[in-house]
Each structure stands twice: as structure tokens, then as C-alpha cells.
Design a binder for this molecule. Structure first.
Ligand code: M6R
Length: 614
């Protein structure tokens, strides 16, 4: 959730830290702060509530000089989002500076213990216990590194921490306890960086190492030493990042969300690249390493994710059952880990998490791992935390998504899961080769179909100008379009703060229809599929009760115009692909409503891009 950056080298640290934070702001934007250390063994800290531009304004007034430092952008868990609770936090005498992501689960006990020893606390955060704990050990004779190691061993929960000390201003100590967000060490030339996420350091290096839970790193401008949880020195593998066309620029777009919605045709092409060409089976063995025998043995698929990724998992269940003929189930990762799911040794667990960092999903994966059940994870990048738990990672290759609302990562997860279902179907022989060829051919036309949807955006602006003051929306769909209805409602809530619910249309008569009146717009997915007539019945029932209905309908549907108030056309497509096509107009509805309502589209209130705490 929070973003962390640290730098030690020979260049001025302040601009590097601010630049890093600007690339991490999507991880949290309640408040931000920076400490810059100087060779004379002092440091200057700037902290400010609100977004990063507030902090930038503050640093412009008096630019601290120094060639090392650390920074943080916060998503509040403990303590209000104000300046006092903003990171970095310090010890009683201001010798240390600490930035933290995660939750110190035993912070109340630690705070009590340290207060009893005379430590003075300023904030309401759990994070502030960390510098005080380190200070305590330093007072008792430990060196900065030793004290940090001792402190790390006392902290319970999943945490990522970066610490600096006045005594050794060019040294940074970073450590992880549990699965809270990543810690990436970047190797520059005569400089070292540490960050919670790759984009923050990409401008300085593409050679990195990942810190694992329990590990600690000591960085100096020309060296790094790694230690395991027992304090033994260890070697770590270096990874050279591929030249990813990551662009953090909005270009001509007003918001990242719109840019990312519009990037979907190309992102889907990247996702499917090399996955649709093979005669025998779509995925090459270095992409997905499952033998035909292993696939044939799969008795059940359990899918899990959170938020938008959960909706992708819900859709994948339908494809896995109908195309691959494999009994499948889905669950919220956060619910899954606390129930006792019945999975046998031939079950396959598939987690969906674009960030590969979502704490609940990681915990569900650990649970599955402890049962020795085979698992695949779908992430936007390789080498995520989820990749380290799963047996295999299927990269969805959407490219960096900065907007907090998941858009292109959703459709790229969907196409990857769809191709996977076809692949499994072919291996299990639940689908004929010619049938699979038809599905694949249609999949290759998806980018073009989405491109077409993206050409007419004025209709969404018009809808937003009419209905932006509505306080409630309903999204209805059936079959494949039920998870899309949930996704449409989530997106609208998330970016425009309009209350919205998604329902399977058949459920309406069992309660929700009582909500309907002329003030509640209903968005109905009505593709020309097997459930078309049934969807029309629901729409008629809603219209009879005064509802305003916005239909997402097939181009070839020439009856729909008379039955609803507004029609958004999408290309004619098979039942199984219609949810991917239909999700794009829903993204555009959310986007244009949010813009019309003056919302902060890319950084909606109270949210963060990766939810790294439970
Ligand atoms: O990184 P993940 O895919 O695991 O994230 C899961 C959810 O937090 C995420 O999809 C969230 O619901 C989005 N902000 C929705 O747009």
C-alpha cells in the first residue's frame, strides 16, 4: 500500500527521492515525507498531509542538500492521515529516520514497553515503534545495523521497513518481516537504491534483487550486504529487468485511467502474443509448464482474487467449466483462507492478482502451498511476491497500470484465462480442434472490436451529463455478464463515489426490484445470447416501475432501441467473449461520470493500487 524509496550515492538525493515518490504515489496518497541526510551527521525531514504536490511545495521552500535519504507515500492504517502521522518517523532524539509499509501487529505492547523506558512518541502510528525500538538497542550498545536486526526480530506481522541513521549517513538498512509489499534493491553505478516497487528506480538502474520475508539488506553507495533471518550473510541473485515499454507519462490523456482504457487493444495483443500460435496448444512450455498428463489429471480448479481480480476469477470459472469441462469454484482470497475448502491432490489453484502483492491473495496462496496443491498465479509482472509462492506465473503483460482503477489489467487477465481454458480444453479433449480454432480466431479479433468501442466516447460524456447527480445505480447481467455487472458497479463506486450494485438479473424479483424508481439508472448487459429474452423480461419489469435503462447491446439488435432509454452498441460477439467486450463501455461510463463529478479519477479517495495489508 505505502510507497517506499531510499537512495545512497553521490548525487543530490532530494530530487531522486521526489521523482521516486511520484512514481509510487499510486500506492498511497494520504500523506508523504522525505528525510535527506548530510555528511555532517544530521538530517532534514519534510512531511506533509495530502498528496505529493504538497510535499514538493514544502521542499521547494528550503532545499535540503545531501547525497542519501529516504521517502514515503502513505496509505493510512493506524492514525489519521495528517502531518504528524506522515512518515518518516524518528526516535526520541531524532537520530533515526524510518519509513514503513505494513502493520506492526504488536505495536501496542511495544509502545507500552518503550514508553515505560522513557521513549517519547509523537504520532498515533504503529510505525513509530520501529525507530524507538532501534534506538533502545543502540542505547544498550548495539551498532546501527545490529540494533535494526534486533528491532526487526521483535516486530510481529508483515512489514517492509527502511531505516537510516545520522551516525552513518551513507548507510541504509532495509528489512522485511512477512509478506507486506515488496522491497527491491536497485544496483546503480556508484549508487544504490531501495524501493517498494520497480517503477521508482527504473530511471537509475534495471538490475535488481528482491528481499524476501525475514531478510535484511545493508546498502552503501558501492556495496550491499544481505542477511537471512538468523543474521547470516547471504548471496542474492540479481535480476536484469527487460526493457519494458513502461511509460509513466499521460501523454495527451487527461488521466491515466483513460489512457489505460484506450491502451487495451495493444495490451491484449501483448497478452496473447505467442499464446495463440501453437498447433497443439497455445502456451509454450517456458510460459506454462504443465504436461498433458498433468492437465488431464486436474480434478477441480479453485480460483481466487480480490476486487476486480476476483471478477476475473468468477468469469474464468465459467470458461473452465464450459470450455475445459473442469469443475471449478471461485472465492474471495480473504474468505478462502478462513474456510476449509475441499481440495484434493489433483486440484489446481489459480490466483489472480495484477500486482502480485495483495496481502489476502498471498495469504490464500500460502494456505494452498501448505497443502501441497499445485498453483498458478496470474500477475502483470514476473518476479512478484505471488510468483515466489506459486509454482508458476502466467504474466498478463498489460504494461504498467498507474490508475488505481484496474482496467487494462482486468481485460488482460481475462484474455489470458480464456486462452488457458481453451488450452486445457484441447489437452483434456473436451473441445474439438475446429471449435477451439473458432474461439481462437475470434479472440484475435478482440483488439479490433475493443478499438471500435473506444471510437465513440461522446455518448458516455452525454450520459454523464444527464445522470451524474444520480446517487444510486444498478448493473444487471446474466451468465457471463453477471461478473461484468459486479465489475461495472465496483468501477463506478470506486472512481465516481456513486453507490452502485451489481446483480444477476434473475435475482431482481427476489428483493432488489423494490429499489427501483425513476431516480435509479439501470445499466443492463443485453447481448444477443441464449439469455437475451430473459434479460429483456427483467428490463421490462424495471421499466414498468419507472427505471431509466441504459442497455449495452449488440450492433445487430434492432429491437432494443424501443425497449430502453439509451443504447450503447458493442460488436456482435460469441457468448463466451461478450463479457470482455462489455466491460469496456462500463469502464468508460465510470470514467466519464467521475470526470463529470470532478472526482480524482486516478487516485480515488481512501484507496491504493496494491492492498498489501489484510
Ligand atoms: O493487484 P490485485 O489485482 O491483486 O488487486 C486486487 C484489488 O485490490 C483490485 O482489483 C481493486 O479492486 C481495484 N482497484 C479495482 O479497480
Amino acid at each position: 500500500m505505502c510507497g517506499i524509496i531510499g537512495y545512497t550515492g553521490y548525487s543530490q538525493a532530494l530530487p531522486i527521492l521526489l521523482d521516486g515518490l511520484s512514481k509510487l504515489e499510486y500506492r498511497g496518497y494520504d500523506s508523504a515525507g522525505i528525510s535527506v541526510f548530510s555528511k555532517d551527521q544530521t538530517h532534514t525531514t519534510y512531511r506533509s498531509a495530502g498528496k505529493l504536490h504538497e510535499l514538493k511545495r514544502l521542499t521547494e521552500r528550503s532545499k535540503a542538500t545531501g547525497v542519501s535519504g529516504l521517502g514515503h507515500t502513505r496509505w493510512a492504517t493506524h492514525g489519521e492521515a495528517n502531518t504528524i502521522n506522515a512518515h518518516p518517523h524518528s526516535d526520541t532524539y531524532g537520530n533515526l529516520s524510518v519509513v514503513h509499509n505494513g502493520i506492526v501487529e504488536n505495536y501496542l505492547d511495544l509502545k507500552q514497553e518503550l514508553t515505560n523506558k522513557g521513549h517519547l512518541f509523537n504520532s498515533d502510528t504503529d510505525s513509530e515503534t520501529i525507530p524507538h525500538l532501534i534506538e533502545h538497542y543502540m542505547k544498550n550498545g548495539a551498532s546501527f545495523e545490529e540494533a535494526t536486526e534486533k528491532g526487526a526480530s521483535r516486530i510481529k506481522g508483515a512489514n517492509a521497513v527502511v531505516v537510516m541513521c545520522n551516525d552513518q549517513p551513507d548507510k541504509i538498512v532495509a528489512f522485511r518481516t512477512g509478506n507486506a509489499g515488496g522491497v527491491i534493491i536497485g544496483y546503480g553505478t556508484n549508487e544504490m537504491l531501495v524501493a517498494s516497487d520497480i517503477p521508482a528506480i527504473l530511471g537509475y538502474t534495471n538490475t535488481i534483487s528482491h528481499l524476501l520475508p525475514g531478510e535484511l539488506a545493508i546498502l552503501e553507495p558501492n556495496s550491499v550486504e544481505f542477511k537471512d533471518r538468523d543474521g547470516n550473510s547471504i548471496e542474492k541473485e540479481k535480476t536484469v529487468l527487460a526493457n519494458d515499454p513502461i511509460s509513466l507519462a499521460k501523454g495527451d490523456y487527461r488521466h491515466f485511467m483513460l489512457k489505460e482504457i484506450c491502451e487495451q487493444p495493444n495490451a491484449i495483443i501483448a497478452s496473447l502474443m505467442g499464446r495463440l500460435s501453437s498447433e497443439e496448444g497455445l502456451f509454450s512450455s517456458d510460459d506454462l509448464n504443465l504436461t498433458v498428463k498433468e492437465i488431464k489429471k486436474i480434478s477441480k480448479i479453485m480460483l481466487a482474487g480480490m476486487g476486480t481480480s476476483l471478477h476475473a476469477a468468477m468469469l474464468a470459472r465459467l470458461w473452465m467449466e464450459r470450455i475445459a469441462g473442469i469443475p471449478s469454484e471461485w472465492d474471495n482470497s480473504s474468505e478462502f483462507r478462513y474456510r476449509e475448502p475441499i481440495l484434493d491432490k489433483n486440484s489446481l489453484f489459480i490466483s489472480v492478482s495484477q500486482s502480485g502483492e495483495t496481502a489476502d491473495t498471498l495469504a490464500a496462496m500460502e494456505e494452498v502451498k501448505s497443502k501441497n496443491i499445485s498453483q498458478i498465479t496470474l500477475c502483470n509482472y514476473l518476479n512478484t511476491q505471488a510468483s515466489r509462492i506459486a509454482d508458476q506465473t502466467l504474466q498478463i503483460r498489460a504494461g504498467l497500470e498507474v490508475g488505481v482503477a484496474a482496467t487494462k489489467t482486468f481485460t488482460c487477465s481475462l484474455v489470458t484465462l480464456y486462452a488457458l481454458a481453451i488450452y486445457f480444453g484441447l489437452q483434456k479433449e473436451t473441445i474439438e480442434k475446429n471449435e477451439a480454432a473458432k474461439l481462437i480466431e475470434e479472440l484475435t479479433r478482440l483488439p479490433e472490436m475493443i478499438g471500435k468501442i473506444l471510437t465513440n466516447q461522446s455518448q458516455y460524456q452525454k450520459l454523464a451529463s444527464i445522470y451524474h447527480n444520480s446517487s444510486d445505480f444498478l448493473f444487471l447481467g446474466r451468465g457471463y455478464n453477471y461478473p461484468v455487472a459486479l465489475e461495472g458497479a465496483l468501477k463506478l463506486k470506486e472512481v465516481s463515489y456513486i453507490h452502485a450494485e451489481g446483480y444477476p438479473a434473475g435475482e431482481m424479483k427476489h428483493g432488489p426490484i423494490s429499489l427501483i424508481d425513476e431516480s435509479m439508472p439501470v445499466v443492463a448487459m443485453i447481448p444477443k445470447d441464449a439469455l437475451y429474452e430473459k434479460m429483456l423480461n427483467t428490463v421490462n419489469e424495471a421499466k414498468s416501475r419507472g427505471a431509466i435503462v441504459i442497455a449495452i447491446a449488440s450492433e445487430s439488435d434492432d429491437e432494443i432501441e424501443q425497449k430502453v432509454d439509451h443504447v450503447i452498441r458493442v460488436p456482435d460477439v460469441s457468448d463466451s467473449l461478450s463479457p470482455i467486450v462489455n466491460s469496456v463501455p462500463l469502464q468508460l461510463i465510470s470514467y466519464y461520470f467521475a470526470v463529470r463529478r470532478g472526482c480524482d479519477v486516478d487516485q480515488p479517495r481512501n484507496l491504493a493500487k496494491s492492498v498489501t495489508v489484510e
